[in-house]
Design a protein around this ligand. Structure first.
Ligand code: G16
Length: 544
């Protein structure tokens, strides 16, 4: 097989965002676009030459084509071994698990996560480092720098590889091992959770569940683990067949997009427990019967109850949350005498804290929770954590969360997203807010007294790296907060996120609706940021 060197020219827009490079499929199909980025990975991550790389994706449109290209480029770039998920499939957490289990020199994951898939939708690629986690900024910046000066890439000429036959083959001098995408991950889950007890719960005759895989990558994992190993009724996993366009849906596990699951957990015949995960299986949504658990609360409940779960029974070392995530976890950490770290948005910021043993659990408002078992957030892990908790406590989801609020106070939480707005307008809005920061502390807006206002910056406690401009925080004396941030994962224009949090310590006031509690804070935020005037939007695109 011949290696050929292809002449190319740089693309100027290959800087990875919050989680890898995400663009429209059409952008990735432009000749050399994917190849340039992949070559930049091989050029900068030099241990891959002569090393091992894990490879797989969420199965979305263009996954298989991209894998064929990457395999041929891996062979041309001297990669010794590729661990490839069968059918080209690997959930993001399973990829992280493989990288760690087999001590690979990294992994290439193809996914645009919760973004829709299809010929006119989104695709993405990210590199994970040998710790199994998303590459830190030092690495993504090096890759980006390389894309700016790239003039050629190497690829071998070969037939397409059969991605579906497990086993081993060679491509040039590269060994390609096509492995069961589920097994290593499932084995790891068995170490962490009490499968016996969850099995009993499923067989108790008084417990019902639906898991919505949203036609994304988690289907085979959930079927094997929930219906296979844990004895859940067949049909517990819905939409379990991965599809290139996610069945036309938006594989984002939230109340707006997982409507089928929401209806199955609502009304008189509702199931007891509902859960969903996203395109690449790292996000989760947890629902009880007629009850939604915010991701921020989910993290806090996990931290407060971790000692009841097999894999965490000896205690947790600390907790972390991304800055816009509610402060519910902080209250638990304080009670347990632990540190709660506040990091910028992006799972990559948890990596150092996990590696250094400073934290055991971490999570984000964007439907992500995880632990030190891998270095990615993990959808099915969160579902199993909750199942284990339900099995131990023998209480409903609602009872567990309400007892938590009673003990720690309730952090009401909501997020408004304004998607695909004009980029200069969005940037102008942030500049305007920044210009106001100095004058805000001490002001009272509709009876809310501002305690602090800043542009969030983070100094990594492990390596000292500083990250600035991570979102505008406005904190009030009563613990409420408003946060403004521009998303780093959108593929069209800009997405403005407005995060709102209100703290209610009084149990008698903890059953009001989130809309009612948030009304005044929403109005304060809209006025402060001049959202209507600057974006032309009267309503957000999605409220979660
Ligand atoms: C990614 C990151 C998360 C982040 C989320 C939203 O998730 O891994 O850490 O919270 O994007 O980011 P943004 O607010 O910048 O859009 P995923 O599930 O899309 O990989």
């Amino acid at each position: 097989m011949d290696t050929v060197t292809i002449t190319t020219q740089p693309f100027s827009d290959q800087r990875p965002g919050t989680s890898g490079l995400r663009k429209k499929v059409k952008a990735f199909q432009v000749p050399h676009y994917l190849e340039n980025f992949v070559q930049a990975i091989f050029d900068t991550q030099t241990d891959l030459r002569g090393g091992t790389v894990a490879l797989g994706g969420d199965g979305r449109f263009y996954n298989r084509e991209a894998i064929q290209i990457i395999l041929r480029m891996a062979a041309a770039n001297g990669v010794k071994r590729v661990l490839l998920g069968q059918g080209g499939l690997l959930s993001t957490p399973a990829a992280s698990c493989l990288i760690r289990n087999y001590k690979t020199n990294g992994g290439i994951i193809l996914s645009a996560s919760h973004n829709p898939g299809g010929p006119d939708e989104d695709f993405g690629i990210k590199f994970n480092t040998p710790n199994g986690g998303p590459a830190p900024e030092s690495v993504t910046e090096a890759i980006f720098e390389r894309t700016k000066s790239i003039t050629e890439y190497a690829i071998i000429e070969s037939q397409a590889v059969d991605l579906d036959q497990p086993g081993e083959l060679t491509l040039g001098d590269t060994r390609i091992q096509i492995i069961d995408s589920v097994k290593d991950y499932a084995d790891m889950m068995m170490q962490l959770f009490d499968f016996e007890r969850i099995h009993q719960l499923f067989n108790s005759g008084v417990f019902s569940m639906r898991f919505d895989a949203m036609h994304a990558v988690t289907g085979p994992y959930a079927k094997y683990i929930l219906e296979g190993l844990l004895g859940a009724q067949p049909g517990t996993v819905i939409n379990g067949e991965p599809k290139v366009d996610f069945g036309g849906g938006h594989p984002d596990p939230n109340l707006a997009h997982a409507h089928e699951l929401v209806s199955l957990t609502s009304g008189p015949n509702a199931v007891d427990f509902g859960a969903a995960s996203d395109g690449d299986g790292d996000r989760n949504m947890i629902l009880g019967r007629n009850f939604f658990v915010t991701p921020s609360d989910s993290l806090a409940v996990m931290a407060a109850n971790a000692h009841l779960i097999k894999g965490y029974a000896t205690g947790i070392s600390g907790v972390a949350r991304s800055m816009p995530t509610s402060q519910a976890a902080d209250r638990v950490a304080e009670r347990l005498g632990l540190t709660c770290y506040e990091t910028p948005t992006g799972w990559k910021f948890f990596g150092n804290l996990l590696d250094a043993g400073k934290i055991s659990l971490c999570g984000e408002e964007s439907f992500g929770t995880g632990s030190n078992h891998i270095r990615e957030k993990d959808g099915l892990w969160a579902v199993l954590f909750w199942l284990n908790l339900l099995a131990v406590k023998q209480q409903s989801v609602e009872m567990i969360v309400k007892a938590h609020w009673k003990s720690f106070g309730r952090n009401y939480y909501t997020r408004y997203d304004y998607e695909a707005i004009d980029k200069p307008a969005a940037e102008g809005l942030m500049v305007h807010l920044r210009s106001k920061l100095g004058s805000l502390p001490g002001q009272t807006l509709d009876n809310y007294q501002i305690a602090y206002a800043d542009d969030f910056a983070y100094a990594d406690p492990v390596d000292g790296n500083r990250t600035e401009h991570q979102g505008i925080r406005i904190g009030f004396e009563d613990g409420s907060r408003i946060v403004f941030r521009l998303s780093g994962t959108g593929t069209e224009g800009a997405t403005l996120r407005l995060y709102l949090e209100a703290f209610e310590p009084d149990p008698s006031k903890q059953t009001q609706s989130t809309e009612t509690v948030m009304e005044r804070l929403v109005n304060i935020a809209l006025a402060l940021a001049e959202i209507g005037q600057r974006t032309g939007r009267t309503e957000p695109t999605v409220i979660t």
